[in-house]
Design a binder for this molecule. Structure first.
Ligand code: SAM
Length: 285
């Protein structure tokens, strides 16, 4: 395997993070993306696509818990979930922890990511790919949401940044397609980058989502390897009240779901919708 000793992230040309590489477990240019999985003493196994960190064993729980439990517990009676992307399997693992969920449809564009993450990041999916509720589809998420006859209560866009195949998941076409296959009272959420460094992406998503949904906003969590400040998650519904639920409502649903998390809790859920003033000013500019 190649003798890489340091891996530098290339998301931002002027500012970045690096990882010492103890061992490269796999590296391949798939048909769609440059995929690498390597071991790092601080974060365990690390996966990157096209030079951008996607997930690490050590801090993935923050991202996957927040992008799953916030929409599902805010909704309150989710039966059908759609995951777009999510090839590492972490989001699927968290969704499958909700026993009331009846079906999970996952639309991932690159089957290679699933194959290599099942082999080299097995704790991410933790067996969830064998859950009988899973309907796994290899396709571009845009194609699926614009053509499917299925409808969903929660749609989670667990995509890469808007580069390469991920770019299509930040378009009005994609958002309109998601709105089309979302049930009444449904919730759409998506990873939308670190707002301090990717503020233009948050502004773009906000304006496009605002044209498609009655209520669009964000919520946040700090994920160490999505460096540069809090990561924001796009939030879109037709019912603004869903992001203003009382802590005791979330607490009751959390308790009923029987979840034990490492980052998520009802207080964090409610607080996550408080956004920094610089972002609010940018969204209303
Ligand atoms: N946590 C990561 C982040 O926040 O950047 C996302 C991780 S997950 C590995 C991203 C997944 O999105 C990858 O498996 C990638 O193949 C998939 N993907 C990218 N573009 C896609 C598209 N247009 N349709 C479906 N899946 C896509």
């Amino acid at each position: 395997m190649c003798d890489l000793t340091v891996w530098n992230e290339t998301l931002h040309p002027q500012f970045g993070q690096y990882f010492s590489v103890d061992r490269v477990l796999y590296r391949e240019r798939t048909a769609l993306q440059d995929l690498i999985i390597f071991e790092n003493a601080a974060f365990g196994r690390v996966m990157a696509l096209d030079g951008v960190i996607q997930t690490t064993e050590r801090d993935e729980f923050i991202y996957h818990e927040m992008l799953t439990h916030v929409p599902l517990l805010a909704h309150g009676h989710v039966k059908h979930v759609l995951i777009i992307g999510g090839g590492d399997g972490g989001m699927l693992r968290e969704v499958c922890r909700h026993q009331d969920v009846e079906t999970v449809t996952m639309v991932e564009i690159d089957a290679s990511v699933i194959d290599f993450c099942r082999q080299y990041l097995p704790r991410h999916s933790a067996g969830a790919y064998d859950d009988p509720r899973l309907n796994l589809i290899i396709d571009d998420g845009v194609n699926f949401v614009t053509q499917t006859q299925r409808t969903f209560d929660v749609i989670i866009s667990d995509c890469t940044d808007p580069i390469g195949p991920g770019a299509s998941l930040f378009t009005s076409e994609f958002y309109t397609g998601c709105r089309r296959c979302l049930n009444p009272g449904g919730v759409f959420v998506a990873q939308n980058g670190v707002c301090f460094l990717q503020q233009d992406e948050a502004q773009e998503s906000y304006h496009r989502l605002s044209h498609t949904f009655a209520d669009a906003s964000f919520y946040q969590a700090a994920v160490p390897t999505y460096y540069g400040g809090p990561m924001v998650f796009a939030w879109a519904t037709d019912n603004e009240a869903l992001r203003h639920l009382q802590p005791d409502t979330i607490q009751a649903r959390f308790h009923r779901a029987g979840l034990r998390c490492r980052y998520y809790n009802p207080a964090i859920h409610c607080a996550a919708f408080a956004l920094p003033q610089y972002l609010l000013d940018a969204l209303n500019a």
